[in-house]
Design a protein around this ligand. Structure first.
Ligand code: SF4
Length: 249
């Protein structure tokens, strides 16, 4: 189904008072947008990919995108963190370009992300989109994910056991995508990726080595919404990311 058809359907139903239908259509629109963003042709995943996912999940994938889709399928089944697996609506694997040169890593999905199964779709996500656009890129150029793939109840902080459970998925994502640079958004992502206990203020400002990947830390967009005066520092960090990307061409 085309996005325009969904949009028309949404408009036709907008005067109706069924919030469940409206939410479902919004979520479908958003999922279609993400499929478009990562370069997939909407509803046209190749038969070869579908067959390999359905019949031979262990078989090597033929492209980074296939490998990522195959891996997403595996992570979707994960129940390593009992509490999170019980309370989640979705596993939020991540979204974007499977061959991205730049990967953003945040902390964990929030309410909107859990509902829609997509990363950074709430107000912090809108700010992240603006930050990416300010760098002269769009969300379809980058890959966006989190350390935890499931929402902690009431948006509590991830606990150490959950980070240990989920971080192998993040490492595998990075190995599959092979970005030129990683941008860690906030304390949890920065500390996990760098195995550090330093604060985000101590970690930002430098280009770090993260298992062979270059990594730059900046503030989480949710923090920036609460502390807009630090947006200037975040912009300095993004300029560093951009400069490193330009060097890598
Ligand atoms: S947070 Fe990660 S490790 Fe824990 S249940 Fe979700 S996908 Fe599995």
């Amino acid at each position: 189904m085309q996005r325009s058809t969904l949009l028309n359907l949404h408009l036709k139903l907008s005067f109706m008072t069924n919030p469940k239908i409206s939410r479902l259509i919004k979520s479908l629109e958003s999922k279609l947008e993400t499929l478009e963003l990562d370069g997939a042709k909407v509803l046209s995943i190749s038969k070869k990919t579908q067959t390999s996912l359905q019949t031979n999940p262990g078989e090597p994938a033929s492209s980074p995108k296939d490998a990522l889709i195959q891996f997403k399928n595996e992570v979707n089944q994960c129940v390593k963190c009992g509490e999170l697996a019980k309370s989640r609506h979705s596993v939020v694997f991540g979204a974007g370009n499977a061959k991205a040169k730049l990967v953003f890593v945040g902390e964990a999905p929030g309410h909107d992300e859990d509902e829609q199964g997509l990363p950074f779709v709430g107000s912090a996500g809108q700010l992240l989109t603006k930050m990416i656009e300010a760098m002269g890129m769009s969300r379809k150029d980058v890959f966006i994910c989190n350390v935890l793939k499931c929402r902690p109840p009431q948006n509590r902080n991830p606990n150490p056991e959950e980070i240990i459970n989920c971080s192998p998925y993040l490492w595998r994502q990075l190995d599959l995508i092979q970005p030129k640079i990683i941008c860690a958004l906030g304390k949890f992502a920065a500390q996990t990726l760098l195995s550090s206990t330093q604060t985000i203020s101590q970690l930002r400002g430098n280009v770090h080595d993260c298992r062979g990947f270059k990594l730059i830390c900046t503030f989480h967009p949710a923090y920036l919404l609460r502390n807009p005066t630090d947006k200037r520092k975040a912009w300095d960090d993004l300029k560093k990311v951009k400069a490193e990307l330009e060097k890598s061409v």
